[in-house]
Design a protein around this ligand. Structure first.
Ligand code: HEM
Length: 369
């Protein structure tokens, strides 16, 4: 679209230059007032240049990778209010739902872009797999909330709003309602129309054991800076981690003895997540990601700096020379964290999305039509 606008403008400006040149070169025929015509053409030319400049600049502001900030202005102007109001009873009846919605968004976007593929249920008739059957999606919740919001949106604006956009708007509300920044997100994503891939989910969702190197690979590939990669991990200011995901670090660490964990905290974790516990118990027991697990704040970084990070990545980000300064800055300046988090959120939610004629607007979020 932007290329089209640029090319049309360039062609129009060129045309006006040719006309002006002809008027200058042609012999004065007497019966035509050339000075007046030339002035008119010049004035028209200036109007075209200014209009072109305005539309090119305006397009740049409104659009981000095929998405735009006013996408539903004409087709569903009330959509953001429907999502906000629809989420109020969910947030008040389940205080852990904001964390779940934010993680749901990451797990959708990480596998073939933010296309609501994580919401599709297994289809035994079509022999289809489902991303949810991947063990990496353990403890993913709140998929049904997106379906509920979709049915509300469909009543107001049938066939207009994608499940993928609803999921992003819900995650944005989750951050804002927990005390985090209110993030402006561009919209216009479309939903995947093919059966989601369980293998892809297995391959692309990061395990709980990753370090800084793998972290940067994941997010720098999505166009994020190192600062933004550190900021997006601040999502772990919300929610919980099940024992299943920290047992490896506590007892079977591939990387040898635990590094970067304060001894008292280590003892607390060993008590909370005993070594020889049945797998069923370690799937139900959990610890808080930070002491204010319901509030979106910068305590995740302060916590990590004091050796109270749960995952290997939390400790490594404090120690690695590429990331340590950002951890320190976000720990001492919440506003700086919020700013970097907001731009990281927009990048994560815009990466590899289906737009325009690609993908579909699903009628139901849990079924590929
Ligand atoms: C790329 C590195 C990441 C790794 C290795 C990672 C790993 C994990 C793990 C192991 C858990 C605990 C799950 C459980 O046991 O219930 C978790 C929870 C969580 N993650 Fe991540 N994560 C990463 C990035 C992200 C990103 C980018 C976001 C958001 C944009 C995110 C949001 C969350 C949230 C909100 C929770 C808490 C969920 C809840 O309480 O239900 N994570 N993550």
């Amino acid at each position: 679209m932007q290329t089209f606008v640029n090319l049309s403008c360039a062609a129009l400006i060129f045309l006006f230059q040719v006309i002006l040149l002809l008027l200058l070169l042609l012999p004065n025929l007497g019966f035509v007032n050339y000075t007046r015509v030339r002035r008119m053409v010049q004035q028209l030319g200036i109007i075209v240049v200014l209009t072109c400049l305005f539309s090119v600049l305006n397009y740049g502001v409104e659009s981000s990778g095929g998405l735009s900030y006013n996408f539903y202005e004409k087709t569903c102007p009330q959509v953001e209010n429907i999502i906000r109001d629809g989420l109020k009873p969910v947030f008040s009846s389940d205080i852990t739902s904001p964390a779940a919605l934010l993680r749901l968004m990451f797990h959708d976007c990480q596998v073939q872009g933010c296309d609501a593929s994580i919401l599709v249920d297994q289809d035994s008739e079509k022999n289809g797999s489902s991303e949810m059957t991947s063990t990496k999606n353990f403890a993913i919740r709140q998929r049904e909330t997106i379906s509920l919001l979709k049915s509300m949106v469909e009543v107001a604006c049938p066939n207009q709003v994608s499940c993928a956009d609803i999921l992003i708007m819900a995650a944005r509300e989750a951050v804002a309602t927990s005390g985090g920044p209110r993030i402006e997100v561009p919209l216009g994503r479309r939903d995947s129309s093919s059966t989601p891939s369980y293998e892809l989910a297995n391959a692309l969702l990061p395990p709980s054991t990753i370090g800084v190197e793998e972290l940067l690979q994941i997010f720098v590939n999505k166009g994020m800076s190192v600062e933004e990669s550190v900021a997006i991990m601040g999502s772990h200011t919300l929610g919980v981690t099940h024992c299943l995901n920290i047992k490896n670090r506590l007892y079977e660490g591939e990387e040898g003895p635990i590094t970067g964990m304060e001894h008292g905290f280590e003892a607390f974790l060993r008590l909370s997540c005993p070594k020889n516990e049945e797998s069923i118990m370690s799937k139900s027991r959990f610890v808080l990601n930070d002491p204010t697990a319901l509030g979106f704040d910068n305590l995740y970084y302060i916590n990590a700096m004091s050796g109270h990070g749960l995952l290997r990545i939390d400790a490594e980000m404090v120690m690695d020379s590429r990331t340590t300064n950002f951890v320190r800055r976000f720990g001492s300046d919440q506003e700086a964290f919020f700013q970097a988090f907001s731009s990281a959120f927009v990048k994560l939610s815009s990466y590899g999305v289906l737009v325009g004629k690609n993908g579909v607007i699903r009628k139901r979020c849990d079924v590929v039509d």
